[in-house]
Write a protein that binds this ligand. Structure first.
Ligand code: FCB
Length: 447
């Protein structure tokens, strides 16, 4: 028995900067992550994406891994700067050619391409014009999106416009932990708004050019109060507005949660009524990136939220320090259904980093990841049985790769990558996931 519907999209996800390497090859323009990772002090061990998994040169080998897994769909992202080295203007056919080969290779093997247009690697040339703070940024994005739709729309099964706008606005522009490394409360809400306008512009364009589906991917995590104390309950509500409702309320209701004006204070802009109408654009599906939950306590000294997250005990966490909390996935999916009118959902990312041992006899033993996936798939099945319109599930990620500020120190892959020679080895979880796909989920639900 399986709770997963016929035709469910079983997949894995990756992103360009994290796996491709050769960021400047064949005429590509550098991205903000290229500059950021090359600035000392930003990335653990001084790692960069220069080599990554060398996917740029190992396309065929990596497609073979997807075939070995038996995935129905593969979520990849396009490096904007390979297509438009300056971000706008002249296109670079050699960069486009790489993705055309990749997508042809997938289709030939019966794998549906799911393509993310923006997974954080803005062309540096556009950052020099202010990046996402610039009110023209949605137009830049629309120009790029149109090129991609014209080149590939008939071959791509689903498009994701933007990956995790919250991470871009907050980690990139408020906390400065991600590229472009800004710490500016004024910038963050404007960046968030421009990302939503960019998404809406791409969706509008797609309606005239494409026939499949288009959505956005959001990082969502339940915010649980650390105690029944009203101050903690309010802190959890504020954090819920900040992380979960910021983009969802905008996409579904054309408004921002009232808490945001309170959190950002004078830095929160007066958005025009027109632009609020425009950003009311949920698209065809919501992509959910789910990893963990937060337990939140009030802390008036912590600016700007007045809240802190409790640190869970080490043994309940992945290597990222994120609590393993599969119940939060069914909770999140059920909440999306109830609050936003049962939207169509793809789980566009779910997975975990563990300290995997090196391969023995060609295989890596990773029982913790198997356990993690099993529990989260059971949670997904539970959501399905409660009427959530879930259409697919993508494991983050195919290969151990460049995990942003953590560099190569965190391994999320179903395949282990030897950093010395980039050879790929299956982890036991790859075999487990293969069995799940082959049984349309039944193997995840068996004891
Ligand atoms: C998500 C990102 C993805 C990956 C995972 C671990 O926030 O979208 O690129 O780094 O986290």
């Amino acid at each position: 028995m399986t709770a997963f519907p016929e035709g469910f999209w079983w997949g894995v996800a990756t992103s360009a900067y994290q796996i491709e390497g050769s960021p400047l090859a064949d005429g590509a323009g550098p991205s903000i992550w290229h500059r950021f990772s090359h600035t000392p002090g930003h990335i653990a061990q001084g790692d960069t994406g220069d080599l990554a998994c060398d996917h740029y040169h190992r396309l065929t080998e990596d497609i073979d891994l997807l075939v070995e897994l038996g995935v129905k769909a593969y979520r990849l992202s396009i490096a904007w700067g390979r297509i438009l080295p300056e971000g706008i203007g002249a296109t670079n056919p050699r960069g486009l050619g790489f993705y055309q080969r990749l997508i042809e290779g997938l289709l030939k093997r019966g794998i549906k391409p799911v393509v993310t247009l923006y997974h954080w690697d803005l062309p540096e040339a556009l950052q020099d014009r202010g990046g996402w703070v610039n009110p023209d940024s949605p137009l830049w994005f629309a120009e790029y999106a149109e090129i991609m739709f014209r080149a590939l729309a008939d071959r791509v099964a689903a498009w994701v416009t933007i990956n995790e706008p919250w991470v871009i606005a907050v980690l990139g522009h408020l906390e400065g932990r991600h590229a472009p490394g800004q710490r500016d409360a004024w910038a963050a809400p404007r960046v968030g708004h421009h990302l939503l306008l960019a998404h809406a512009a791409a969706v509008d364009l797609y309606r005239t050019l494409g026939q499949q589906s288009i959505g956005i991917a959001l990082n969502l995590e339940p915010q649980h109060a650390a105690s029944a104390d009203p101050a903690d309950l309010q802190a959890a509500q504020r954090r819920d507005a900040f992380i979960n409702r910021w983009f969802l309320d905008a996409l579904f209701f054309g408004r921002y949660p009232a808490e945001l004006a309170q959190i950002f204070g004078a830095a929160w802009p007066e958005f025009s009524a027109d632009s609020l109408v425009q950003i009311r654009c949920p698209g065809d599906f919501i992509g959910v990136n789910y990893y963990t939950r937060a337990r939140v306590a009030a802390d008036p000294g912590s600016r700007p939220l007045g809240a802190v997250c409790l640190k869970p005990p080490r043994h309940q966490c992945t290597e990222m320090g994120w609590e393993i909390y599969p119940e939060g996935l069914s909770e999140t999916l059920g909440w999306l259904k109830d609050r936003y009118g049962n939207p169509c959902i793809l789980i566009t990312e779910n997975g975990a980093a563990f300290a995997d041992p090196p391969p023995q006899a060609g295989v890596v033993a990773d029982p913790q990841r198997i356990h993690y996936l099993k529990k989260h798939l059971s949670a997904a099945a539970q959501a399905l049985s409660q009427g959530v319109d879930l259409r697919g599930y993508f494991v983050w990620t195919l290969l151990d790769n460049f995990e942003w500020t953590e560099g190569y120190s965190k391994r999320f892959g179903l395949y282990w990558v030897d950093r010395a020679n980039l050879q790929r080895y299956p982890k036991a979880s790859a075999r487990f996931y293969r069995a799940i796909i082959a049984t349309n989920g039944a193997a995840a639900l068996a004891d």
